[in-house]
Design a protein around this ligand. Structure first.
Ligand code: SF4
Ligand code: SF4
Length: 310
């Protein structure tokens, strides 16, 4: 079983449209059992808008813990407030003579628990979101929602990736395809770890090349082989030329150039993969090429001695 992560370094490059097309192409070209998909953008999941899942199995995600003062035990000695580096401890606005912890400001470090001589402070686990295993017309999708203002998005990405991998092993799926989050933070690191191929979707602009370089560093840190595809490749030829030259200089395969095609956003608005809705459009044809090359790259390779490696 192989894991592919699709990344862009920032939002808006067409990464999710390409992932959705991969989901459709996997079933169209008879990959069986179907690939398992992961929407790793847990802060703003949108792959589900295109794959239109029927949720089978919602589960709670419990992240870190926050400190809570038991007002019946607090003697207002003031020992806890100075140890809190996050300025989260105040006199209780509801109850005179006891202290109170602001749950928004608390970072869950537990320093106050050890400082309290009365044992009045305890750490209480927090539900930070939900995660789902869903059915789609194109196979199973693992996705999640992190509640607003909650952290631990990297932990949630790791959790849904693990669940997707276990499910793929149980169902003997050959591929787990991960629609990565934008940026280069914790959730991206979690999305990259342990994958077999990183496909970076970029666009021809100075910012696109800059973001490509940043996300490339993350993938290389995890020794993940990388390929690149340029979306809207014809809108700024100079930018496309710069990305081609960068790819050559870094010995990275440029496996596709997708032309600007208004059918791509139209398909997203309709909530369907472009390869399903506009199969003969220029972008759909180019995405099909990228899919076929991606799958070829994941096949076992013949080595110099004639044996195959997986
Ligand atoms: S757990 Fe840490 S951050 Fe939260 S109130 Fe206690 S000392 Fe402050
Ligand atoms: S250290 Fe404990 S007893 Fe003292 S003010 Fe804080 S919560 Fe209350």
């Amino acid at each position: 079983m192989k894991q592919i992560v699709i990344l862009s370094g920032k939002g808006g490059t067409g990464k999710t449209s390409i992932t959705a097309a991969f989901a459709h192409l996997g079933t169209t070209y008879g990959i069986f059992p179907p690939a398992v998909f992961v929407d790793a953008d847990v802060d703003a999941a949108n792959l589900s808008l295109v794959l239109q899942p029927g949720i089978l199995d919602p589960k709670e995600f419990w992240g870190g813990s926050l400190a809570v003062i038991n007002p019946d035990q607090c003697v207002n000695c003031g020992a806890c407030s100075p140890v809190c580096r996050y300025d989260a401890i105040f006199p209780d606005p509801q109850k005179a003579q006891v202290q109170w912890i602001d749950p928004i400001a608390c970072d869950g470090c537990a320093a106050c628990v050890y400082a309290c001589p009365e044992g009045a402070i305890s750490m209480v686990p927090q539900q930070e979101g939900n995660w789902f295993q869903s059915n789609t017309s194109f196979g199973s999708l693992f996705h999640a929602e992190l509640f607003p203002g909650k952290e631990n998005s990297g932990k949630l990405v790791t959790l849904i990736k693990q669940q997707a991998r276990l499910f793929a092993e149980d169902t003997q799926s050959q591929y787990v395809v991960i629609d990565g989050p934008p940026g280069i933070g914790c959730p991206v690191i979690s999305a990259c770890a342990g994958t077999d191929l990183g496909l970076i979707v970029t666009e021809p602009s100075l910012a696109g090349l800059h973001d490509l370089k940043r996300v490339l560093e993350t993938l290389r840190h995890f020794r993940v082989p990388v390929v690149i595809c340029i979306n809207k490749a014809d809108i700024y030829p100079e930018g496309t030329r710069a990305i081609r030259e960068f790819a050559i200089s870094e010995s990275i395969d440029l496996i596709g150039e997708i032309p600007y095609d208004e059918n791509l956003p139209r398909a997203m608005i309709e909530g369907k993969p472009i390869t399903l809705l506009f199969p003969d459009s220029p972008a759909a044809r180019a995405v099909r090429d990228v899919w076929q090359k991606t799958i070829q790259l994941l096949q076992p390779q013949e080595d110099h001695y004639g044996s195959s490696s997986s």
